[in-house]
Design a binder for this molecule. Structure first.
Ligand SMILES: [Zn+2]
Length: 456
């Protein structure tokens, strides 16, 4: 064993190491290290300390007895669903893990001064000229599934940001996402799963007192008996009128508090759809207005998530007629139905709602997606799936959201994405590395032999 041979070996080893390092830089993630998200895409590993929403729901319980939200162990935590604190923690974790892509702003305060936050998602770099999309969830307290739907979309975009088409979407759009417009309601819905409105105290039973007869599970059966038509619910008879639960905590129906056809809304505080004292009387709808107005020229489409039924609605909601943008709404409806099975239902007869204001006053085409509903005697179950089905519903809502974006890509004639580069499979990569090494080493040996010959 001589010194020259050892040195040669070291040279070759150095070559191999340099080459492998170079390949790592040229082809990102060449061995496709990662996990598989629910849609089957290979995703980049989550950053340390961040947990995807689908991992949070691993092993989540199915049906529980009685009203799930009143079940011991759920209560204020809302079980595997995100309560107010957990929503904020998730948003903060996203901004920490994916700070190049996501920022979160407080855009206003609720009636009880809780923060209403909006996540802005787009690819790194100059976002000038990118098209804006607004997604708002959770106008209505008990429709808690819509918060999960929204958080899933954020996670999905980040988990798949290296996928060529998701990357294309993030480079061409700025997605504004408000997971809850009604954060106060999360502090009432686990006491009264019927709760729909915000928490502004109103006098439902016209006796001069505010919120004096809340609904409560008095008999301890994890269930609040109630009737939305009569406005009578299980509770204590505080005002001695032999009726219970007739003056609930809150409120005003935020999705009847917008400007278009507001006058036609229900003016009785007793109603679950009470429209408030004036258009935009509520801090939550004012927050929406203040957020949208300066971005009206940037936003090209918007979607609001509700639950209680499974379908899609488009303006006009107040009179059911079609708008001048019906061709676009129809395209979006067909794409959403094809991708996710949510069928378009006729709208009409619903005054003062968000979509009509967004479209009619702000000039932004806007639709409602009703993401989940079932005919259950349990009011919680009526609006929210069992926890073990949350992720499959989130996946469905993502498909609907994505279908809407695909229509917008065509509608706004965005340049087509660059053709995807097919990922190299590990065997092909090994062959390329091997062949290249042989060529390089042969060339080096040849050069050395020529030099040696010349030197002789
Ligand atoms: Zn709703």
């Amino acid at each position: 064993m001589n010194v020259v041979f050892k040195r040669k070996k070291l040279h070759y080893l150095g070559f191999v190491i340099c080459f492998v390092i170079m390949v790592q830089f040229i082809i990102p993630n060449p061995l496709m290290l990662g996990t598989v998200s629910p849609n089957g895409f290979t995703t980049v590993e989550a950053q340390s300390g961040f947990e995807w929403i689908w991992d949070e729901y691993q092993g989540a319980p199915g049906a529980l007895a009685y009203d799930d939200v009143l079940h011991p162990g759920w209560g204020a935590t809302l079980g595997p669903y995100h309560n107010f604190q957990e929503i904020n923690e998730h948003l903060t974790a996203l901004t920490t893990a994916f700070s190049d892509y996501i920022s979160v702003q407080t855009i206003g305060l609720s009636f009880q001064s809780r923060t209403i936050r909006c996540a802005t998602v787009t690819a790194p770099g100059d976002s000038t000229g990118r098209l804006g999309i607004l997604l708002v969830a959770h106008h209505h307290g008990r429709e808690v599934i819509t918060i999960e739907n929204a958080l899933y979309i954020l996670d999905y975009l980040m988990a798949n940001r290296a996928d060529p088409h998701i990357s294309y979407i993030l480079q061409n759009f700025v997605i504004y996402l408000i997971p809850t417009l009604n954060p106060d309601s999360l502090f009432e819905v686990y006491v009264n799963p019927w709760h729909r409105k915000n928490l502004r105290p109103v006098d439902e039973d016209s006796d001069g007192l505010l919120d004096e007869e809340p609904a409560q599970d008095v008999n301890g059966n994890y269930w609040v008996e109630g009737n939305e038509g009569t406005g009578v619910y299980e509770g204590y008879d505080h005002d001695g009128d032999a009726i219970t639960g007739e003056d609930l905590v809150g409120g005003v129906d935020l999705n009847r508090n917008y400007l278009v056809a507001w006058d036609d809304g229900i003016n009785s505080a007793h109603s679950a759809a009470y429209h408030g004292t004036a258009p935009f009387s509520e801090p939550e709808t004012q927050t929406m207005r203040n957020f949208v107005q300066p971005r009206a020229s940037e936003l090209v489409f918007a979607m609001s998530l509700h639950s209680g039924i499974e379908c899609m609605f488009a303006p006009w909601f107040n009179n059911g007629s079609h708008t001048p943008h019906e061709a676009l709404f129809a395209q979006v409806a067909v794409a959403i139905e094809d991708a996710s099975g949510y069928e378009r239902f006729d709208s009409g007869g619903t005054p003062g709602i968000w979509d009509d204001w967004m479209y009619g006053i702000m000039g932004i085409p806007a639709i409602t997606l009703e993401t989940f509903g079932r005919n259950s005697a349990s009011i919680w179950d009526y609006f929210n799936p069992n926890a073990d089905r949350v992720i499959s519903y989130c996946e469905r809502v993502w498909q609907a959201f994505r279908a809407m974006i695909e229509v917008l890509i065509d509608y706004h004639e965005l340049p087509p994405p660059a053709p995807p580069i097919p990922p190299l499979d590990p065997l092909m990569l090994a062959l390329i590395i091997g062949a290249t090494l042989v060529v390089v080493i042969t060339a080096v040996l040849l050069v050395r032999r020529i030099r040696r010959k010349r030197a002789q």
